[in-house]
Design a protein around this ligand. Structure first.
Ligand code: BDP
Length: 660
């Protein structure tokens, strides 16, 4: 079924102007990556134009030419696409570039672009462009909203055609690394890194390898104890070090194309070096030395905080924890360690300030981590196009004192000259036929890849491309759907958690409103609303979080007057009667925002319903059903949050709307 191919559907194309290129293809290369490129060209020409393309040795006559030119100054993954005299020429310095160039060319054709006279040279800006699957070996997915895992079932690793299709999808947007199991390694007796699973893992990594994607595994820091009964997992203990060295020898020899390990340690109950009085650098470097002989990398997450904190202690602040834990270790990590830092200091909320470790860490390899899975942003029931949010993060100027000081500069390696760096994202895919549950959530997966390749592409351009490839090439349809997507995050923010307040969700599950669900819990995510005020003072007079930024941003955030209003309640505790720049009181803004958000959802729903005869029925119906659920959800948020604040403040709505 074509639509199960997401943006590689290659729907038959009416406009035949690009047909002429697809008569024959020539290449002077062989090997697995080129084979993948040729196969993709075959598939595309058959589906788009109903042509069985011929492989030819006649270089001059070929409609498509794939050639290596080592003198091209394009790096390992870059490519050049040119069109001249009705011939397409894809050139690269290495085969990886040929494969990326092929996909880009095919996607342009499939999107209906005119490529006459094209002359395009591209190089990825981020060296590592990675997906993190949070798939468990029992087949479930942590924060998965698109069905079960297609990697595992009942404790077994599965090698299926879907994995090849996934590799094609990811490669087509430039992804070059993937970790295939949950960062919370909780598989008990079913450990991945044992003889039992090597065969399947080898096959899976082979599939990804054909598409230039290296495979990573998440490991449990305590594996020497849990797997082999060692008395401890102390990173400075010789027996432990030997255990990891031997284990890595085994893993890297059995599984080709291994990139290394992704590790969540000393976080949310996961074991780590703290138990032995060691720090994160001790832990990461021990593993880094074990994978080094095989060219491996350790990606170590910075999502570390005390999840057992006392809500009565007003000075403890979860937002401070990442910086407090890792800043003192800057420069202490081996060169094959990368720190992976979430975009914000708390946890993937609809709006958070940018993590202060960006720009702070100057002597440590680092990657940005975002969440494509919509855990806190609608769980792929509500529409929420996340590319605009990621672009805000990438464009944030850290003020770190270097001429190139944005997050995009830093994670690409431009600022501090790093090679091992880039972007990672928690995947939003599962067994659902459309991959992402909500069809429109496909734009987030596609968008992440495109953005990781080139952070300069606009959110609008990405969404237009994606709609042409996956839903329709019709320009009216593209306009309507992109309008919906481009406003969706703001709408979501309006009816859930405006002004940076965050975390008013149902605990554990994280969908739907529950204003005090986390308020008196140990997880450290508080809004501290009482009858007079709401928000957390994170200025130097409060928890001091604002002081983790360089002065330019610290000055902006620490003062209520200069603080960007969309982050006001993140940084400040503000009375309900406080006047915002609009002239409205804080409480009135909260009421209005929720009503508006709900009304906006109904408008999006009406807009969607106008598409009934213009797009494939199955997509139309599935999304229509999701919009019905989103309308209900936004109504509930509006009612519950407004009632909560009305009852706290007892200040009535100026517009006299019903709030109970
Ligand atoms: C939180 C999720 C939790 C993850 C954690 C993480 O709620 O399921 O394990 O992040 O990133 O957002 O490790």
């Amino acid at each position: 079924c074509n639509w199960e191919q997401a943006w590689l559907a290659y729907e038959p194309i009416e406009n035949q102007k690009n047909r002429k290129f697809f008569e024959s293809v020539y290449t002077d290369q062989n090997g697995e990556l080129v084979k993948s490129a040729l196969q993709e060209i075959e598939t595309a020409s058959e589906k788009l134009f109903n042509i069985q393309i011929i492989k030819t040795d006649d270089r001059e006559k070929a409609g498509i030419r794939l050639e290596i030119d080592p003198t091209l100054d394009l790096g390992m993954e870059g490519y050049e696409i040119t069109e001249e005299n009705d011939r397409i020429h894809i050139r690269a310095a290495r085969v990886n570039g040929l494969l990326y160039g092929t996909f880009r060319f095919l996607l342009m054709v499939s999107a209906g672009k005119d490529i006459t006279g094209i002359s395009l040279q591209e190089n990825p800006q981020n060296p590592i462009r990675m997906l993190n699957q949070w798939d468990n070996i029992d087949g479930s997915i942590e924060r998965g909203y698109a069905g079960n895992s297609f990697f595992y079932e009942n404790g077994k690793v599965c090698v299926t055609k879907r994995i090849t299709d996934y590799a094609r999808l990811l490669c087509s947007v430039g992804i070059n690394a993937i970790s295939i199991n949950n960062v919370n390694v909780r598989d008990g007796a079913e450990w991945l890194i044992t003889e039992k699973h090597y065969n399947e893992l080898e096959q899976i990594s082979g599939i990804f390898g054909k598409y230039g994607i290296s495979m990573y595994l998440c490991i449990d820091f305590a594996a020497p104890m849990t797997l082999d009964g060692l008395p401890c997992a102390d990173p400075l203990n010789e027996e432990v070090r030997n255990w990891w060295e031997k284990k890595c020898g085994e893993i890297f020899s059995r599984i080709p194309n291994m990139g290394g390990f992704l590790v969540k340690a000393d976080s949310e109950g996961r074991p780590g070096p703290f138990a032995y009085g060691r720090n994160h650098a001790d832990g990461a470097n021990m593993l880094a030395r074990a994978v080094k002989p095989y060219g491996g990398t350790i990606i170590w997450r910075c999502f570390v905080y005390n999840c057992q904190q006392d809500w009565r202690d007003r000075r403890t602040d979860r937002a401070c924890a990442g910086y407090d834990n890792f800043m003192p270790l800057d420069g202490k990590f081996d060169d094959n360690v990368i720190l992976q830092i979430k975009n914000g200091p708390i946890d993937f909320q609809v709006r958070e300030p940018v993590h202060p470790l960006f720009g702070g860490l100057q002597h440590t390899n680092q990657m940005l981590e975002v969440q494509i899975a919509q855990e806190y942003t609608g769980q792929q029931i509500d529409v929420c196009y996340l590319v605009p949010m990621w672009k805000e993060v990438l464009n944030f100027s850290t003020g770190c004192g270097k001429p190139q000081d944005t997050v995009a500069d830093i994670v690409s390696g431009r600022t501090f000259g790093q090679q091992k760096c880039g972007m990672a994202a928690v995947a939003n895919t599962g067994k659902d036929a459309n991959w992402t549950g909500h069809d429109l959530a496909g734009a987030n997966l596609y968008g992440f890849g495109r953005l990781a390749w080139n952070p300069q592409i606009s959110a609008e351009e990405i969404v237009q491309e994606w709609i042409s490839l996956q839903i329709s090439r019709d320009s009216d349809v593209k306009k309507m759907i992109s309008d919906i997507l481009l406003r969706s995050r703001e709408v979501y923010e309006k009816y859930t958690a405006p002004l940076g307040i965050g975390f008013m969700v149902n605990p554990a599950y994280h969908y739907g409103p529950n204003p005090e669900g986390y308020e008196y819990s140990k997880w450290g995510t508080y809004h501290r609303a009482d009858h007079l005020a709401v928000g957390v003072d994170r200025s130097e007079k409060g928890t001091g979080y604002s002081e983790q930024y360089f002065e330019k941003n610290a000055a902006l955030y620490r003062d209520t007057e200069s603080c960007p209003e969309n982050l006001l309640l993140f940084f400040h505790r503000v009375p309900y009667t406080y006047r915002l720049r609009s002239g409205k009181t804080l409480i009135q803004h909260i009421y209005d925002s929720h009503f508006e958000g709900y009304a906006d959802v109904q408008k999006m729903q009406r807009d969607w319903n106008c598409l009934e005869d213009k797009i494939p029925q199955h997509i139309f119906q599935r999304v229509k059903e999701r919009f019905m659920r989103q309308a209900e959800n936004s109504r509930e948020w509006c009612d519950v949050i407004n009632s909560f604040f009305y009852r706290k403040s007892m200040i009535p709505d100026e517009m006299g709307r019903e709030i109970f």
